[in-house]
Design a protein around this ligand. Sequence first.
Ligand code: NAD
Length: 484
Amino acid sequence: MSVKPLGLDPAQCFIGGDWCDPVSGGTLTLINPSDGSPLCEIAKGNAQDIDRAVAAAHDALAGPWGRSTAVERARILSRLGQLVLEHADELARLEALDVGKPLKQAHADVVALARYMEFYAGAADKIHGSTIPYMNGYTVYTLRQPHGVTGHIVPWNYPMQIIGRSVGAALTMGNACVLKPAEEACLTALAFTELARQAGLPAGVLNTVPGLGAEAGAALSEHADVQHISFTGSVGVGKLIQKSAGENVVPVTLELGGKSPQLVFDDADIEAALPFLVNAGIQNAGQTCSASSRILVQRGVYDRVVEGMAARYAKLVAGPALDDFDVGPLVSARQKSIVEGFLTQGADLKVAAQGRIVDDAPDGGAYVAPTLFENVSHDHALAQDEIFGPVQTIIPFDDEADALAIANGTKYGLVASVWSDSGARQMRLAKALRAGQVFINNYGAGGGVELPFGGTGLSGHGREKGFEALYGFSTLKTVAALHG
Ligand code: NAD
């Protein structure tokens, strides 16, 4: 099968308003993780393609885009959101084939992509500076302006959502973007780029160059003419990106995953919690930066939570993405072997329950049975390291202080949730938990595009989503006029 997103040749880059071959003429093969078969060839962009893309973005900023009004940009984003919804089935199918996520999850990602466009379109003309009371004879005000050319290095786990939240915000503020999608999954990045063209985005405002991280990705993050870098992915690459941004002295937003806990207290509504406890670990086969891989449970409800989660795990089935099982394959054979390595490290742990892989799953698929470990010590590797697979650990705790110490006791700090009936405890922990988002008696709050998102510690820094993203993708200028 050779997949053609929106009828496009997937082996091309999009630079300066045109689909074009990469300079090297080279290609990479995309693999369908549901069965291991090749999906199509994609462009193997390199440093020269990135150079052309950055130059095209600067040309766009020197043209009408650089003078565009917020309303003009909002109208384009609005049309783009509409086009995304009109192509929902194809986009969802592409994401399911490419990433391996079950079709209904891929559909939810399409809706999220459209919501980003709708939200940012609506917000575009509500972002403004302020006037500052100052000495007599002065008028002082601030202007929010684009950084210039922004680089977006996107991973394979949620291509549509991550492109929506970062490229969408950058365009809203009038930046021109260079997008480097992941080499494992870039079909919806290509489709989104084409829809942006159809929505009327001027040439050079969004340039998309697929390629290897170490080639196209590094070239983009090291480029001296890029004024902001947004990266989502692994901690190791995040550190490299931060170093290059340091060399060029440009701001960087890093979203590097986590080891996010849910804290379940004796006074919690356990029946309400159970579906969240499990879904937050297995959604997208656990390949979610904000996956909840640690379930911290107070001893008084420990057995109930273990039994309830185990009963749900026992019903989980992993299978091909288009057949829409609870869990799809992992994105690649490589990711599968990383996760299997963690399962081997957990050989000394007690398995509370496992889901199963559907009987006729294709041999070449990257399937891992969802696995729930119980009574895990807080300092075990499975309770400390990001696994990025459908694996959760249950960790018992005694009291609130114990729970907080365990919850904050990793190098990460992305998301946390508190399950408790006590308002005072909810408020205390919301303040004390080391995380960019805290949920009370839920997990994820439906992933709303309005909710600022980002981490602390090894989870990264900077905020995307919501209005915060628009501040992050712009720079503030102070104007002081002396007029007497
Ligand atoms: P990765 O960090 O290598 O890749 C993410 C993106 O960075 C891709 O577009 C890739 O091409 C690019 N990249 C890779 N090397 C680069 C470099 N030297 N310079 C610039 N860009 C570069 O992630 P991965 O190897 O695909 O996954 C490995 C692990 O990373 C996973 O097991 C998981 O723990 C973590 N991860 C986290 C997230 C997240 O959402 N936070 C997403 C993907 C992976």
